[in-house]
Ligand binder design. Structure first.
Ligand SMILES: [Zn+2]
Length: 222
């Protein structure tokens, strides 16, 4: 069976980085999804890059406004609305019509810190396609081994959704090497997401595990 990979770039756009990532992808005719941190767009040069990301055919998703406190650790509805809603407004017409959202994961960990009931209600009510991941190779803090880690993730599962970062000192330096090695290995690139990383879509839960929601993980009362 042919292995598949979906490339995602989180936490940008970053002038001097995202533009180079776009060049690397364009040279190989690859499409990705960029999960944008809303407050980056207060910088006009970063906001201008978003036009280039969209024009190149990449998908643009919402990765929270401030990327600081995960929803499981701050559970009020106002915070949720501010973090998601404000970012969606900043993305404007560049936001994909499927309303992609990825929660801030605190080093890419999967657990009850990711969501709270208020966030879940918001995502369902506003019909976001919330997407997680199944590969976090640590491009931002392990230059020596992140490419090998990503390739190992691709080898051990049928469809890898890799979280890379278009920020300084992350995926950029070794991205060409990763892509060339994936091509050499016969891996198929796709822009789609497998069902198992989609938490919500069209107002319905898809692969939503209770283990990802803070309130559903409280110790049972005696
Ligand atoms: Zn992030």
């Amino acid at each position: 069976m042919v292995k598949k990979i979906t490339l995602t770039f989180d936490n940008g756009p970053t002038p001097g980085v995202t533009d180079k990532v776009l060049d690397i992808l364009a040279r190989r005719s690859l499409d990705a999804t960029f999960m944008v941190v809303g407050q980056n767009l207060f910088d006009p040069s970063a906001a201008a890059l978003l036009d280039d990301v969209a024009a190149a055919g990449h998908w643009i998703g919402n990765h929270s406004l401030t990327h600081t406190v995960a929803f499981g650790e701050r559970r009020d509805a106002e915070y949720v609305e501010h973090e998601i809603g404000e970012t969606q407004r900043l993305l404007g017409c560049h936001a994909h019509s499927r309303r992609f959202f990825r929660p801030f994961g605190n080093n890419g960990l999967l657990g009850p810190h990711l969501l709270c009931e208020a966030a879940l209600t918001y995502l369902l009510r506003n019909r976001y396609t919330s997407v997680l991941w199944n590969s976090v190779p640590h491009d931002w803090d392990d230059q020596a081994t992140w490419v090998e880690r990503c390739l190992a993730d691709v080898a051990r599962q049928n469809w890898t959704v890799a979280v890379l970062h278009d920020i300084a000192n992350a995926s950029l330096a070794r991205l060409p090497e990763l892509l060339d090695r994936l091509v050499d290995a016969g891996v198929e690139f796709t822009q789609e997401f497998p069902e198992e990383v989609i938490l919500t879509r069209d107002g319905e839960p898809v692969s939503l595990w209770d283990t990802l929601v803070a309130e559903r993980n409280l110790p049972a009362a005696n």
